[in-house]
Design a protein around this ligand. Structure first.
Ligand code: C2E
Ligand code: CA
Ligand code: CA
Ligand code: CA
Length: 277
């Protein structure tokens, strides 16, 4: 039921792998993976599109499985969300991101680290307290972090999600709406939630140079975000042409393979030293 993807990642066929026995063993494997140190923190730089300056990095988790090799998040995050294991993983990502933040600070590098949250995280009433404890332990300002939330994560239980988000934002952590434009009723959230950043999904960006429809959506989203007083970030920048186009449209920041693929966290400082736009 597993096949090799062209980038070397192993892909599992969800339709075949859904038997409860296999699910149980995947959950066991995920739990063991924490103890066995099989998760790795990868990061992708966030760049100011006007100046080329690196101002942040998004934390993206990888699972290095002893037999399966690199397992990409799409292969286990949805399952981790279903089973609630995601809470353990989010904590792990936050811890590792805090360690990275301290290491960078020791080298006089100041970058905002973005961490992805899931529905289950937002349903956890204790999350703000847990994060406050973690930040204090690492002696980090809450503003060193930005939390990325998808519209669908908010949709599940909007009242509870809003409560958690208001507390996190009240502490001083920044909030970003991830995959913007791919969910439902995004506009209502923009009005109600204490959001700082809006992230345009890569599906609109990848081909915006050739697709007039995509390009119009991107342009409108940038204007919408700015009219709401938000920072606008584009993901999926794979060419210099798309960077230029986005910069001309006034998009504030971007991420993408053109600047850098996600890399192991320990390589970030070296990458920053060499990076020149
Ligand atoms: P996302 O949050 O939308 O992250 C962006 C994805 O786009 C990442 O895939 C990144 O590697 C990829 N990407 C970045 N630049 C480019 C580009 O120029 N071209 C293309 N084609 N792709 C690009 P990745 O790392 O495989 O992560 C997939 C999704 O898994 C993420 O989507 C996020 O929803 C989830 N995820 C990853 N790490 C975590 C985590 O620690 N916690 C949670 N809750 N979710 C995570
Ligand atoms: Ca994200
Ligand atoms: Ca996305
Ligand atoms: Ca996503």
């Amino acid at each position: 039921t597993a096949k090799q993807r062209n980038d070397g990642a192993v892909v599992y066929d969800a339709a075949i792998d859904k038997s409860s026995e296999q699910s149980l063993s995947l959950l066991t494997e995920l739990r063991n993976a924490v103890e066995r140190n099989e998760f790795r923190l990868f990061v992708q730089p966030k760049i100011m599109l006007g100046s080329g300056k690196a101002v942040g990095a998004e934390a993206l988790v990888r699972w290095v499985h002893p037999e399966r090799g690199n397992v990409f998040p799409d292969q286990f995050i949805p399952f981790a969300e279903q089973t609630g294991f995601i809470r353990v993983l989010t904590r792990w990502v936050m811890e590792q991101s805090a360690v990275l933040c301290r290491q960078l600070a020791a080298q006089d590098i100041k970058l905002k680290i973005s961490v992805n949250l899931s529905t289950r995280d937002l349903m956890d009433q204790d999350l703000p307290v847990k994060f406050a404890e973690l930040l204090a332990r690492h002696e980090l300002e809450p503003s060193a972090f930005c939390l990325e939330i998808t519209e669908s994560a908010i949709m599940d239980d909007p009242v509870r999600a809003q409560n958690t988000l208001e507390r996190l934002h009240g502490m001083g952590m920044e909030l970003s709406i991830d995959d913007f434009g791919t969910g439902y009723s995004s506009l209502a959230y923009l009005k109600r939630l204490p959001v700082d950043e809006l992230k345009i999904d890569k599906s609109f960006v990848l081909n915006m140079e050739n697709d007039i429809g995509d390009s119009k959506i991107v342009r409108s989203t940038i204007d919408l975000g700015h009219n709401m007083g938000l920072r606008v970030v584009a993901e999926g920048i794979e060419s210099e042409a798309v960077w230029r186009l986005l910069a001309r449209m006034g998009c504030d920041q971007g991420q993408g393979y053109f600047m850098s693929r996600p890399m192991p966290a320990e390589q970030l400082a070296g990458w920053l030293e060499k990076w020149q736009p």
